[in-house]
Design a protein around this ligand. Structure first.
Ligand SMILES: NC(=O)NCCC[C@H](N)C(=O)O
Length: 404
C-alpha cells in the first residue's frame, strides 16, 4: 500500500495525523477572537486531556497516530531546513520592523530542541518574551503597544483543514483567512521534506489565489469526491482542483459541488454532512431541503458541469451505485436539537470503519439517531474541544484507509 491511501471516508482507518492542542490556546485573548476564528477560550489542560483520550480511542482501535508537530520536528533536525522554516515563518507573520525581525530570528534560533521550536512557532510570541528597547520609529512606537510579535495559531488542532490527502495525492490548501493560511506552512514543509510525503503530487497549492479548505473536501469512493462551495471554499478553487485531479492519472471521475449558506456555523461541508457507510450519511436538515448540487467531470480535457436534479439521497445513490441511500438528521426530528447539536458538531463524525464512528458525548439526540440506525459509536468528551467549533472529523487527517 502507498504512504497515502484515501479512497473513501469510511474504509478501515490505518493511519491518521493529529495536532495536540498546545500553548497556542493560552494565547487566545478576547480582542483577537474574531480574527483567530474562536468564540470562546478553551481550558488547555482539559482540552489536552480530552484530545489525549481521542488519540487513545484511535490507538486502541489499531490506528497509527502521528502528530504534525513531531513530523515537522523530525525534518528540522537538518539545520538548513530549520533556518528556512524560521525565515518563511517570519515572512508570513508580516513583521515590518527590521530590528524586531532580527530579535525574533535570534530568539527562535535559540530553541535547541526541535519540537520545542515547532511548538513555539504554533504558540506565537508575546511581546514580553523579546525586549526591543528602541522606540525610534513610528512603527516601533505603535507596535510596542501590541500584545504579540507573532500571533498564535489556535485552530491547528483542526488539522483536517490546512491540507487534505485525496487518493494517493494531496491538496495543500489555500485558506480563506490569513490567520489559518499560516498553518499550511507546516504542511508545505512536511510535503517538501519528510520522507513519507515528499514525492506526493499536489492537487492544489497554498500560493494559489482562491481558497479551498479540507473541511469541504470529502472523498466518498474511488470515483467520487464531494466539495462544499462554502464560506471557505470558492468555486474557482474547485475548478482548479478538478483540473489538476482529472489531469493527474487518478481514479476519480466526478466531483459533486454542494452549495452551502455562507455562514460561520456551516463554514465547511463536514459541519453538515459526513459519511457513515456506503449508503449512510449524517445531514443537517436546513441544508438538505435547499441544497443545489453541481456535478463536475472531465470531457476531453475540459471540465463539464451539470446541475443535478432531485433529492440528495438520489443524487448520491446514482453516483455511488446504491439504491437506498439514507441521510440521518443531526439532532433527530427536533429543530431545536438540530440547531444546538449542529453548532457543537453533531454531524461531524469521524468514521474509523464502515458504520463505526467517533462522536462527541454532548450531542445526545444525534448519537441516539445514529445508534438506532445500527451505527457503532465511540464517544469522546467534548467540554473544551468543542469550543473551537470543530468535531472528531475536523480534528483528524486520515493518511491511510483500507479500500472498501
Ligand atoms: N472542518 C472544520 O469544520 N473545521 C473546524 C474549524 C473551526 C475553526 N475555528 C475555524 O473557524 O476555522
Amino acid at each position: 500500500m502507498n504512504n497515502i491511501n484515501i479512497f473513501s471516508e469510511i474504509g478501515k482507518l490505518k493511519k491518521v495525523m493529529l495536532h495536540r492542542p498546545g500553548r497556542e490556546l493560552n494565547n487566545l485573548i478576547p480582542e483577537l477572537m474574531d480574527e483567530l476564528l474562536f468564540d470562546e477560550i478553551p481550558y488547555l489542560k482539559e482540552a489536552q486531556k480530552e484530545h489525549d483520550y481521542f488519540s487513545k480511542v484511535l490507538r486502541d482501535n489499531h490506528i497509527e497516530v502521528v502528530y504534525l508537530e513531531d513530523l515537522v520536528a523530525e525534518i528540522i533536525k537538518d539545520r538548513n531546513i530549520k533556518e528556512e522554516l524560521i525565515e518563511e515563518y517570519i515572512l508570513e507573520n508580516s513583521i515590518d520592523i527590521e530590528k524586531e525581525k532580527s530579535l525574533l530570528r535570534q530568539y527562535l534560533a535559540s530553541f535547541e530542541d526541535e519540537k520545542e521550536l515547532v511548538l513555539k512557532l504554533m504558540e506565537g510570541t508575546r511581546r514580553e518574551e523579546i525586549k526591543n528597547t528602541s522606540k525610534n520609529s513610528l512603527c516601533e512606537l505603535v507596535s510596542s503597544n501590541l500584545k504579540f510579535i507573532t500571533k498564535p495559531m489556535p485552530n491547528l488542532y483542526f488539522i483536517r483543514d490546512p491540507f487534505t490527502f485525496v487518493g494517493n495525492h494531496v491538496s495543500l490548501n489555500k485558506m480563506w483567512s490569513k490567520t489559518r493560511n499560516r498553518e499550511t506552512l507546516f504542511g508545505k514543509y512536511i510535503l517538501k521534506y519528510h520522507r513519507d510525503f515528499k514525492d506526493v503530487n499536489l492537487l492544489y497549492n497554498r500560493n494559489y489565489r482562491h481558497s479551498i479548505e479540507g473541511g469541504d473536501i470529502l472523498v466518498l469512493s474511488k470515483d467520487l469526491i464531494c466539495i462544499g462551495i462554502s464560506q471557505r471554499t470558492n468555486p474557482k478553487a474547485i475548478e482548479e482542483f478538478c483540473k489538476n485531479l482529472f489531469n493527474i492519472n487518478s481514479s476519480f471521475k466526478t466531483v459533486l459541488a454542494f452549495v452551502l449558506p455562507k455562514k460561520r456555523e456551516f463554514m465547511h461541508l463536514d459541519t453538515v454532512f459526513t459519511m457513515i457507510d456506503k449508503d449512510l450519511f449524517t445531514i443537517h436538515s436546513t441544508i438538505e431541503k435547499n441544497i443545489t448540487v453541481y456535478s463536475i467531470s472531465s470531457n476531453n480535457g475540459e471540465l463539464k458541469v451539470n446541475t443535478e436534479k432531485g433529492f440528495l439521497e438520489n443524487i448520491l445513490g446514482q453516483y455511488l451505485k446504491k439504491d437506498n441511500v439514507k441521510l440521518i438528521p443531526c439532532g433527530g426530528s427536533s429543530k431545536v436539537d438540530a440547531a444546538r447539536e449542529q453548532w457543537s458538531d453533531g454531524s461531524n463524525t469521524l468514521a474509523i470503519a464502515p458504520r463505526e464512528v467517533i462522536v462527541y458525548d454532548r450531542n445526545t439526540a444525534t448519537n441516539r439517531e445514529l445508534e438506532e440506525n445500527g451505527v457503532k459509536l465511540h464517544i469522546i468528551k467534548s467540554g473544551e474541544l468543542s469550543r473551537g467549533r470543530g468535531g472528531p472529523r475536523c480534528m483528524s487527517m486520515p493518511i491511510i484507509r483500507e479500500e472498501i
